[in-house]
Design a protein around this ligand. Structure first.
Ligand SMILES: [Zn+2]
Length: 225
């Protein structure tokens, strides 16, 4: 159960005051984390760490509207941002995450922009909008690749960056891109659960499986191997 309260927040971009939700507590019963780190339940019900506030005046989208980002005002005023904010091609919550990703990317928080994009993809999954989810996953993967190249860490133990990337590409049906990362990761001869998860992804890729699979499923399969 998620308990959501409203609080009065002043937008750091335009100083407009508005009532915004604050998530105070989320208890998730049952379910297991997906291999791309998605928590169980719908994004709407599990937005503990990914809640988003939207300024009704300027359209600033951020986890907390009081937080300042470099060049935020400029980006928000841009046509690209305003078009994304109202895009009919995505669910509203996905647009908010994508707008937030745009601000983070501009501020140089590339990995965080990747996470916000991935959250937008999960919202599209919940809305059964596969086309939008696929497009956003490609964007999330590109941002994560860029973040990794810059030396940013995206591991969420025991799920490593390799598994996250393989899973994102697999989920959007880009089996070639997923296969290359998988082959590289398997060559590294690491041990433990991390490599077992890569092996599990390898099995899914061989079956060209685009579905959502969880850590729990992977561990069950791994433990009988
Ligand atoms: Zn504002």
């Amino acid at each position: 159960m998620t308990i959501s309260l409203l609080t009065r927040v002043t937008c750091s971009v335009c100083s407009f005051k508005s009532e915004q939700p604050v998530i105070t507590r989320t208890n998730i019963l049952g379910g297991s984390t997906a291999l791309d780190t998605r928590p169980p339940g719908t994004v709407q019900s599990t937005i503990n760490n990914c809640s988003i506030q939207v300024c009704p005046n300027c359209g600033y989208c951020c986890h907390n509207l009081t937080q300042e980002y470099a060049q935020a005002a400029e980006i928000i005023a841009s046509r690209t941002y305003q078009t994304q904010l109202k895009s009919p091609d995505y669910p509203e919550l996905a647009n908010w995450f994508l707008c937030h990703a745009m601000i983070q990317k501009q501020a140089g928080d590339i990995a965080q922009a990747g996470w916000a994009s991935l959250q937008a993809a999960w919202v599209c999954d919940d809305a059964n909008n596969d086309k939008a989810a696929q497009k956003i996953r490609q964007q999330a993967a590109a941002l994560f690749q860029k973040a990794i190249a810059k030396g940013e860490n995206i591991d969420k133990e025991p799920i490593t960056k390799d598994v996250i990337l393989i899973d994102i590409y697999r989920r959007c049906g880009d089996f070639d891109a997923a296969g290359k990362i998988c082959a590289n990761a398997l060559r590294q001869k690491s041990t433990g659960i991390q490599v077992k998860l890569v092996e599990y992804e390898h099995q899914l890729l061989r079956k060209q499986d685009k579905g959502c699979h969880t850590l729990e499923e992977a561990i069950k399969v791994i433990s009988v191997c």
